[in-house]
Design a binder for this molecule. Structure first.
Ligand code: ADP
Length: 488
């Protein structure tokens, strides 16, 4: 059965990206379109926007969208894929989206004060545009809090609407730590009668308005980005206060592991690395390492592993564990390259460590996609000691590049990396369980020791390179889920 699927999210590769969400919204719709489904993806038209060589076309409809009691103009641009039934629509309003950041105002070091207004505008604007297009979706797939109101609008405003009535909704949760919570006084912006807001109502969360909670309550199905994370978010440790709401929906909550876009992230096809390589011939990987060490001004030392880190520098990612044992780690026979941006304290940490260990650690505190590829291709190990990790992409990229992951057993990391077992010689990485510096140090030491045993090390690399997390598998699971809903 060919389905019409409307995808709504706040970012998508190749147009605009701040994190893994954009990778998913870039790749999953494409994989579904390859399976012949008819797909339209909607994202806001920000000022930071890269359409590449694609020519955006204006869609000859512009309207007004009501947010609270104010009308805001909306215009729409789109681009259609030449080969697939896949179109991207960009909702434009300069007041809301022509800013320095997507969600966060760097100048004030705070989220934009009107993020609620901006995404109410976006959610309502999507529904109005789809109606104008006269293209009735079978399923609306919404991502994260920025699109979380759409399932609520459908159920509350349009249950018997000739156009939207019966349209199914699926919410995917990429990271429960971001929920879109706003003061309760702002509920009026949503354009729903005040009776919808009361303690424990679908919109209310500890006295605030919560967009993600509304999505969780009203969506027909909910997915989380890995099976382990789908379980974890139903517990107090990882539920961010929504565990009770999620447990109530547990019959409709499934984990579907994100895929990897291997046309972009694979050492045999990567256009951004100096030397391509293959499991059967890893000499290119060694040459990438020599090149990268030269670029970073780190000395090249035979037998010394290079550990890569590419990450948002946020508490989620577990760098506080590393901070506690940094001197011990850097006392080992290893080198480290860090690529990341984020919280000041971690910028300071890595800057300090670079000064103290200039021949061992290089810190590039920026966002640089090309360098990310070169690090994946060059490093021997990849470190991801996350406190929580809904899915995580870099450990999957690392596996493909023979860059052996050192990860904590949590979320998607637990679903994708298997701990090396010296007895059986099986495993694709080094996994530690407890969120402690001692456990992290233990895993790093195990990896560094094994790096000296070349035959075993190559075996671990190659087992990882064989793992396949392609989008086609994930897309089939989504299509099955959508079909089940449509046929219901
Ligand atoms: P999250 O979405 O929590 O940030 P993921 O591992 O799921 O983490 O995805 C992060 C994505 O962003 C990956 O594609 C990663 O390569 C990329 N990334 C993160 N930080 C940087 C950076 N400083 N430079 C380049 N790419 C980065």
């Amino acid at each position: 059965m060919i389905m019409r699927i409307l995808v709504v999210a706040s970012e998508a590769v190749p147009f605009v990206k701040t994190g893994g969400l954009a990778d998913v919204v870039g790749a999953l719709p494409r994989a579904l379109a390859r399976q012949k489904h008819d797909i339209k993806v909607f994202i806001p038209r920000y000022s930071q926007f890269d359409s590449g060589r694609q020519q955006l076309k204006p869609y000859q409809w512009s309207g007004a969208v009501k947010v609270g009691c104010r009308q805001h103009t909306l215009s729409v641009e789109y681009v259609a894929d030449r080969r697939l039934r896949l179109e991207h629509y960009f909702l434009k309003n300069d007041h809301f989206f022509s800013r320095n950041g997507l969600y966060h105002d760097e100048a004030r070091s705070a989220d934009y004060k009107d993020n609620d207004e901006r995404f109410v505008f976006f959610n309502r604007g999507v529904l109005e545009t789809v109606r104008q297009l006269d293209w009735r979706p079978d399923v609306i797939h919404v991502h994260d809090w920025q699109a979380g109101l759409i399932p609520a609008y459908l159920k509350i405003l349009f249950p018997d609407d000739p156009f939207f009535g019966g349209v199914r909704t699926v919410l995917t949760i990429h990271n429960l730590a971001f929920q879109g919570t706003f003061d309760k006084e702002r509920f009026g912006l949503l354009g729903l009668v005040e009776e919808h807001f009361y303690p424990t109502s679908p919109f209310e969360f500890f006295g605030k308005t919560n967009f993600l909670k509304a999505g969780i309550v009203y969506a027909d199905k909910i997915t989380a980005v890995s099976p382990r994370y789908a379980q974890e978010i139903q517990t107090a440790e990882h539920g961010c206060g929504l565990e009770g709401v999620l447990r109530e929906r547990s019959a409709d909550l499934v984990g579907i592991l994100n895929g990897v876009d291997y046309s972009v992230w694979s050492p045999t096809r990567d256009k951004k690395i100096p030397f391509r390589f293959h499991p059967a011939n890893l000499s290119g990987k060694r040459m990438n390492k020599v090149e990268l060490l030269r670029e970073l001004n780190l000395p090249s030392r035979e037998g010394t592993p290079l550990i890569g880190i590419i990450s948002r520098l946020a508490d989620q990612k577990g760098f506080d564990l590393l901070a506690d044992i940094a001197d011990e780690v850097l006392g080992l026979n290893l080198q480290v390259v860090v690529l990341g941006t984020g919280e000041r304290k971690y910028h300071d940490l890595f800057t300090r460590l670079e000064q103290r260990y200039p021949d061992k650690l290089s810190a590039r505190l920026t966002f640089d996609d090309n360098l990310a590829h070169r690090i994946e291709a060059a490093a021997d190990m990849f470190l991801m000691p996350s406190r929580f990790e809904p899915c995580g992409l870099n450990q999957m990229y690392s596996l493909k590049y023979g860059t052996v992951p050192i990860v904590r057993e949590v979320g998607g990391l637990a679903d994708t990396v298997t701990d090396f077992d010296p007895e059986s010689g099986q495993g694709t990485g080094f996994v530690f369980k407890e969120y402690t510096s001692a456990a992290l140090l233990g895993a790093i030491k195990r990896a560094v020791n094994l790096y000296g045993k070349r035959r075993l090390w190559t075996k671990i690399m190659k087992s990882g390179m064989k793992r396949d997390f392609s989008w086609d598998t994930a897309a089939r699971k989504f299509a099955d889920l959508f079909r089940e809903l449509v046929e219901r």
